[in-house]
Design a protein around this ligand. Structure first.
Ligand SMILES: [Zn+2]
Length: 295
């Protein structure tokens, strides 16, 4: 069953227009319509699969973030990038806060939290995918839960991270509000999302891997991200580019656009590089990390 939204899932405005039709290149080849809210500029899939129906769209063997093994070259590159990213992410968090309680929402197989734990963070994870959660819990002494409701209300965190997660969440407003309730005063909420206005997004158009419909339910441009300040009790204090993402996204996009060939690697790499160079001028990197503080 699909669900037709009558209001913007972020700002609740009833004013939105059909924006683009996109295909699920990765799994089903089904097509989906993306709407654009005229109020907050959120792009959102509408109609969209209901939460209980979305699981089948994640069912393909190499859904990367839920798997520990490297079975293809693209996945090998993804895993390599992930390892480097973990170090970068921890350094970023520690530039704001040295230690304390860290909640990673959508923690996947738990690599980031595992590394954070080794640096004496008290870690908790949320992961709806059962298999990924099992792998994470094996590393993290059962500190990973299926949903936020399983964490007791009085438990507060210094840092809450959502790395490429928020675009997957059906109950968007409710989840952000409930996360803010679990954040200490002055705590940090860190949100990383793909950028639909990046150079690689414009270059690949409907083949851009960052669309990833229908798994990605939303796409946020910078205006939309800034708008979160007014919608929720938080302040945007900083943003950082994720420069590795442009390579990975370009590589995947080449695969969607062309037949699989070795030439895609060179083209994907070139596009990834170009995207980062262009973003130096426009500041529209392929993906960005936004750092919010509770107010
Ligand atoms: Zn809106």
């Amino acid at each position: 069953m699909s669900e037709r939204l009558t209001k913007c899932p972020l700002c609740k405005s009833g004013h939105f227009l059909n924006h683009q039709e996109l295909i699920d290149h990765a799994v089903t080849k089904e097509s989906f319509v993306i709407c654009k809210c005229t109020q907050c500029q959120l792009l959102f899939t509408n109609p969209r699969p209901e939460e209980t129906e979305i699981a089948r769209y994640y069912e393909f063997p190499e859904y990367f973030s839920h798997n520990d093994q490297s079975s293809s070259l693209t996945q090998f590159i993804y895993n390599l990038a992930r390892k480097q990213n973990i170090k970068k992410k921890i350094n970023l968090i520690e530039s704001y806060k040295n230690s304390g309680r860290w909640l990673d929402y959508g923690c996947g197989t738990g690599e980031l939290l595992s590394a954070a734990k080794n640096r004496s963070w008290k870690v908790t994870g949320i992961e709806p995918n059962e298999k990924a959660r099992g792998l994470a819990n094996a590393k993290l002494e059962n500190k990973v839960f299926q949903s936020i409701e399983e964490i007791r209300e009085t438990k507060k965190f210094d840092v809450i991270t959502l790395f490429h997660v928020i675009e997957h969440i059906h109950s968007l407003r409710k989840t952000i509000k409930s996360l803010l309730k679990h954040l200490k005063p002055d705590g940090y909420i860190i949100i990383a999302v793909p950028n639909p206005e990046s150079w690689d997004a414009l270059k690949y158009g409907p083949f851009w891997a960052g669309w990833d419909v229908p798994r990605h339910l939303y796409h946020f441009n910078k205006t939309c991200i800034k708008g979160l300040e007014e919608l929720f009790t938080m302040k945007l204090i900083d943003e950082k580019p994720m420069k590795m993402d442009s390579f990975y996204v370009s590589l995947l996009s080449e695969g969607y656009q062309n037949q699989k060939s070795l030439g895609n690697f060179l083209k994907g790499f070139t596009s990834g590089m170009r995207s980062n160079i262009e973003a130096k001028k426009t500041n529209n990197y392929s993906s960005n990390i936004f750092i919010f503080q509770k107010r």
